[in-house]
Design a protein around this ligand. Sequence first.
Ligand SMILES: Nc1nc2c(ncn2[C@@H]2O[C@H](COP(=O)(O)OP(=O)(O)OP(=O)(O)O)[C@@H](O)[C@H]2O)c(=O)[nH]1
Ligand SMILES: [Mg+2]
Length: 307
Amino acid sequence: MNKDDVCILIPTLNEGKTIEGIVREFISMGFSDILVIDGNSTDDTVKKAQNAGAKVVIQSGTGKGQAVSQAFSIIQNKYVVMIDGDGTYLSEEVNKILEPVVAGIADHVIGNRFANYQKGAFTSLNLFGNRILNKIFGFAYGIWLGDILSGYRAFNNNAIKQIELNRTGFEVETEITVECVKKDLKIVEVPITYLARVSGAATKLRPIRDGFRIASTIYLLARTHNPLFYFNLIGGLLTVSGIAVGVYVTDEWLKNITHIPLTILATLLIVTGIQMFIFAILSDLIVSMHRENMHMMRKILKEKEKQ
Ligand SMILES: Nc1nc2c(ncn2[C@@H]2O[C@H](COP(=O)(O)OP(=O)(O)OP(=O)(O)O)[C@@H](O)[C@H]2O)c(=O)[nH]1
Ligand SMILES: [Mg+2]
């Protein structure tokens, strides 16, 4: 592999304490194309990154997601490595991350932080949240990955071109993974080390708010991939609440108390719930046919490229 074919992409927001060291490490390993995409840091992140030899672009919007999406639109390299600028990942593990894309066995590589994490790298809330979100992702997309939210990733150019990002914040890692699954891109996970943040460097992640946003992103994006999961969940919730109201109404009726509005509500909830199950089956049919068409189209495009 020619190291000039690789772009090291580092999104940053106030990472003045760590960014210089990271850029220097990559340069000393022979990587010359280092792109720092900065979210208008108010500390000396930009100056330090430039001094160390990185190209710095100031993002036009806000949020890590918008930054990554903007960076993807300007990168032309054959391979891209994305790494956080907070010093929690090891630059010397870059070859581990790059190997599967360079070997052609993956379009996208995710560094799995659970393989080896330092004490204090995850708070117990983050650890719990990460595990739950990986499970929800597995149920929604049928692909059981160990660490969908990792910040250390590699891509080939094909993946960069195909991944479309619309979320602006910390949902970016989820959206990248979902896009790869939807676009039939091959994902490989490799074990990596995860370190604690250096003291005094603040996280930008708000675990509860961002955790809910990530969970809702996983769910909402599943509509066009796994409509059975998407609509059956709504149907299940409606039916179960309808049954609960119905049980209460029946119990009261046995005691000679009649609740007409609640009876209507129970019926409506159950009927709407069952309609959602039917809708799930129909949507699944449409999505399956669409997937077959897209699969065929990609095959034709690949064959055309070969000619
Ligand atoms: N360009 C840009 N970068 C951002 C923005 N928000 C966060 N980042 C960078 O994205 C990377 C990940 O952010 P972190 O705050 O470390 O979030 P995290 O790694 O998910 O959470 P921790 O576990 O607390 O480290 C860091 O390099 C941040 O500087 C943003 O709005 N714009
Ligand atoms: Mg971090």
